[in-house]
Design a protein around this ligand. Structure first.
Ligand code: 13P
Ligand code: SF4
Length: 302
């Protein structure tokens, strides 16, 4: 039996469902029941009938699934797959900002620990951050932890006063704008599609900025045939699948998220077979952090 067949068999034996982010390895995306961006996956996780969710992504994704579906068993192929940005803010700074500013909303990028979500008013993802910030009644926005996404949102919500944090994604930050410009010079018809986690210079060079699903949708709907992709290279699997005739170029420094790549088929099979690597979020943290996630679901598309 191949690994994939083994996983299929275990999945039905254990009444399990597999969720995978666009950044994980293609062979892992292939066995997933649901593939998507972090917003889509958090919506899916909140309404599944199966008893066990295997989340192929990073910790904040598995934790969000557990928070939204506390009665399910949430497993991850590798519990050490974590997002470094998720740890870049802290509860003390949030408390300081709440003291300092009146009429403040603490807006927490979903790429954050459950503890940070617990101290925040609302969560956002790159797919819904602009819409949610605009819908908030508050004048002052403390946006944690990602400075790049925060600036992207602030540019589109000039009516709000932003207090920025200093967090960033090391994987996206690493990408060099000169390489993006060199690719553009080599392929002048190609549009530059970038994730808002990219640096200011890369964002400025982009024709379109959006979440992973936004990038995939844009490339699929656009009549252009060539695109320069400025986000983690895992999206290439879905881009090619949806657009077999189109060409996608990646800067040499295109991000490869080492934590997302920890999700392998072998580890996925082992987690399913042994029922190990269960995500735990303690009662109080789970109860309080759920509020900011639910607020996101309420305001997104409201
Ligand atoms: P998306 O919200 O676009 O899925 O991005 C998640 C992420 O981790 C980007 O680095
Ligand atoms: Fe975190 Fe960046 Fe990896 Fe996304 S790509 S999970 S933000 S480290």
């Amino acid at each position: 039996m191949t690994l994939t067949e083994e996983i299929e068999q275990l999945k039905s034996e254990k009444n399990a469902v597999i969720l995978a982010h666009y950044y994980v390895r293609p062979e892992v995306q292939q066995v997933a029941d649901y593939i998507g961006d972090s917003f889509y996956l958090s919506k899916v996780a909140a309404g599944l009938k199966q008893k066990t969710i295997v989340f192929c992504g990073v910790s904040f994704m598995g934790e969000s699934a557990k928070i939204l579906s506390p009665d399910k068993r949430v497993l991850m192929p590798d519990l050490t797959a974590d997002c470094p940005m998720a740890h870049m803010a802290d509860a003390e700074t949030i408390a300081e900002m709440r003291e300092k500013y009146e009429d403040l909303a603490v807006v927490c990028y979903i790429n954050s620990t459950s503890e940070l979500k617990m101290h925040s008013d609302v969560c956002v993802t790159s797919a819904n951050a602009v819409e949610i910030v605009k819908a908030l009644p508050n004048q002052n926005i403390f946006f944690i932890p990602d400075k790049n996404l925060a600036h992207f949102v602030a540019e589109q919500a000039p009516e709000k006063h932003f207090v920025f944090h200093t967090g960033y994604c090391p994987t996206h930050e690493h990408m060099k704008c000169e390489e993006v410009k060199a690719l553009k010079a080599a392929h002048p018809d190609a549009k530059v599609l970038a994730h808002p986690e990219c640096s200011e210079a890369v964002r400025a060079a982009a024709d379109y900025l959006g979440s992973t699903s936004g990038i995939i949708q844009y490339a699929t709907k656009d009549e252009g045939q060539e695109f320069i992709i400025c986000t983690e290279e895992g999206v290439n699997y879905e881009l090619q699948k949806k657009n077999p005739g189109k060409r996608f170029y990646y800067p040499d420094t295109a991000p490869v998220c080492p934590d997302m790549k920890k999700n392998t088929l072998e580890k996925l099979r082992d987690a399913l077979r042994e029922g190990e690597n269960e995500v735990q979020v303690s009662g109080e943290v789970r109860r309080l952090s759920r509020l900011s996630l639910e607020k996101m679901h309420e305001l997104a598309g409201a």
